[in-house]
Design a protein around this ligand. Structure first.
Ligand SMILES: NC(=O)c1ccc[n+]([C@@H]2O[C@H](COP(=O)([O-])OP(=O)(O)OC[C@H]3O[C@@H](n4cnc5c(N)ncnc54)[C@H](OP(=O)(O)O)[C@@H]3O)[C@@H](O)[C@H]2O)c1
Length: 253
């Protein structure tokens, strides 16, 4: 698909993290006429998600077992999806955990678990996926960074550090994929009001999964490198770098 095209790459829509609120909104928008594959833990328990995507017009919806923390399973899983359903059009890496910052400061194992899912597993999937898409010669990928990774805060530095690492990794991989025909989109959103942030007070410039998905899909069409959600949060991202550390360390979550 060329620049300015009003469609995403042809092929399967693969949602890694098949229950993600944001991921499902993206998949719903891309679903009409396509094969959608939901990859999630407890894949036999995805009835509502299947129904939602069928109602959105998906040609077929398939479910496959996926545990992001089982790194060895990533390549066989991606090969199986391509083998059974054909080339990948858009793959959305929507799995992730917020974790418990206070617990992560007490228990190293919890800190490692958060970073494992939010950074190491993403690196593993992205590397396998990039290699398979290179062979395929097409395909689009969506990866989710966050305001938490733009400048890491004391109040959520474990999750934030994983997002900062992912943000850097994706930037490098984007350059490695330059000229290959593969599009890797980096999403930097602020606070998203939804399940992951349930019970927390919305931060300024919050958005909803709907708004994030609208921005993601239009960035897929435009083949943008980065999409900030909402758009005006980019100014905050820039300003954040100029806040003195003595103030920054007291910033709330
Ligand atoms: N919500 C926000 O405020 C916000 C802001 C910026 C960026 N983001 C990022 O956007 C992405 C999507 O977030 P969301 O709000 O849609 O989150 P969500 O609704 O909480 O969905 C995250 C999904 O990840 C899955 N998951 C967690 N660990 C997994 C593992 N080991 N293997 C397989 N699946 C696993 C969960 O699956 P189960 O159903 O099995 O638990 C859950 O369905 C994440 O990367 C998140 O960090 C979110």
């Amino acid at each position: 698909m060329g620049l300015g095209s009003r469609d995403a790459d042809a092929g399967v829509v693969l949602l890694l993290g098949g229950r993600s609120e944001i991921g499902l909104e993206v998949a719903r928008r891309l679903a009409p006429g396509r094969v959608v594959v939901l990859a999630a833990r407890r894949a036999d328990d995805l009835g509502p998600q299947r129904a939602e995507l069928s109602a959105a017009g998906a040609a077929q919806v398939h479910c496959v077992e996926f545990d992001a923390d089982d790194f060895a399973s990533h390549q066989p899983l991606l090969e199986k999806v391509i083998g059974e359903h054909g080339p990948l059009g858009v793959t959305v890496l929507a799995f992730g955990v917020l974790g418990d910052q206070a617990r992560a400061e007490r228990e190293a194992a919890h800190a490692v678990a958060v970073v494992q899912t939010d950074y190491v597993a993403q690196v593993s999937v992205l590397t396998n996926l990039a290699n398979l898409l290179r062979a395929q010669g097409s395909g689009q990928i969506v990866a989710f960074s966050s305001i938490a990774g733009v400048r890491v805060r004391r109040s959520n530095y474990v999750y934030g550090s994983a997002k900062a690492g992912l943000d850097g990794f994706v930037n490098g991989l984007q350059d490695a994929l330059h000229g290959t025909g593969i599009h890797l989109l980096l999403v930097r959103s602020g606070f998203v009001i939804g399940r992951m942030t349930a019970g927390m007070d919305p931060a300024p410039l919050s958005s909803t999964p709907d708004q994030v998905a609208d921005a993601v899909v239009s960035a897929l069409y435009r083949r943008s490198r980065v999409v900030n959600v909402p758009r005006r949060i980019k100014l905050l991202f820039i300003a954040m770098h100029y806040v003195p550390q003595s103030i920054w360390r007291r910033m709330p979550r």
